[in-house]
Design a protein around this ligand. Structure first.
Ligand SMILES: [Zn+2]
Length: 255
């Protein structure tokens, strides 16, 4: 049986990765910053703390428990495959389904009101990766459970993919000007690729939805390699204080 990774170790690794990226962004920035600091980073970290409580306290233990049953009883799509293929298939299916969930958060008006909290950040850096509405994160609990059950995700596949996905999300939000961004984007979602997704331009917002492997955008025709020179954000939307962000799904004129 696979040894479980202690959640506290993942948390330390994520904190170290976030710290390293925030430092690298100061050394090799891609964009000129416009928002007032430290208020903006403070808002992002406060939302991140709320989201961490939901993920670590509710989502992770429930998903791990369900994944154990899925592997034991061989439930879901990947578990019907030969043993050597199961975990790889499960991780690819998880990554692909997250692409579709991200598309849904842009196209379903109610989900877009929640996802808007992430997109109206006027600068983008690794702290943007933590900035989601807590209801958005709460919805990720039934989403993850449905993924684990239907796709047939084992505890090992879940732990490996979640580690990869978390690292990828921190990385592609980073304010980094990488010389190898374009070739790397053939495989992974890069900061350059995701910069386009955060531009305040309707066509750009509708491109580059991938968050793990970059393959999905190419497969579904949503890949873009350039955007007009407009700011980071959403047309017509400012970035309110923390209380305003939490109330935003109710107050935003966004549909
Ligand atoms: Zn988005």
């Amino acid at each position: 049986m696979a040894k479980q990774t202690p959640p506290s170790r993942n948390l330390w690794l994520a904190t170290a990765a976030l710290g390293g990226l925030l430092l690298a962004e100061r050394l090799w920035p891609k964009r000129t910053r416009v928002a007032e600091e430290p208020a903006r980073t403070g808002r992002n970290l406060a939302l991140g703390a709320l989201n961490l409580a939901v993920v670590a306290g509710v989502q992770a233990p429930l998903a791990r428990q369900l994944a154990t049953r899925v592997a034991r009883e061989r439930l879901g799509i990947a578990q019907q495959l030969p043993a050597p293929l199961r975990d790889l298939a499960a991780m690819l299916l998880l990554d692909w389904s997250m692409y579709h969930w991200h598309v849904a958060t842009h196209r379903v008006p109610l989900l877009w009101r929640l996802h808007l909290v992430h997109h109206i950040d006027r600068d983008m850096d690794a702290s943007t990766a933590l900035r989601f509405h807590v209801v958005d994160m709460a919805l990720s609990v039934p989403l993850r459970l449905a993924q684990v059950r239907l796709l047939g995700v084992s505890p090992r596949a879940l732990a490996l993919w979640e580690g990869f996905f978390m690292a990828s999300v921190l990385f592609h939000h980073a304010d980094l000007d990488l010389p190898f961004d374009a070739p790397l984007s053939l495989v992974l979602t890069t900061p350059g690729m995701h910069d386009i997704h955060h531009r305040a331009d309707t066509a750009s917002l509708g491109s580059n939805y991938s968050a793990g492997l970059s393959l999905w955008d190419r497969l579904h025709g949503t890949f873009a390699d350039s955007a007009p020179a407009v700011p980071i954000g959403v047309p017509g939307q400012g970035d309110p204080a923390l209380g305003g962000l939490l109330a935003l799904p109710l107050t935003a004129v966004a549909d």
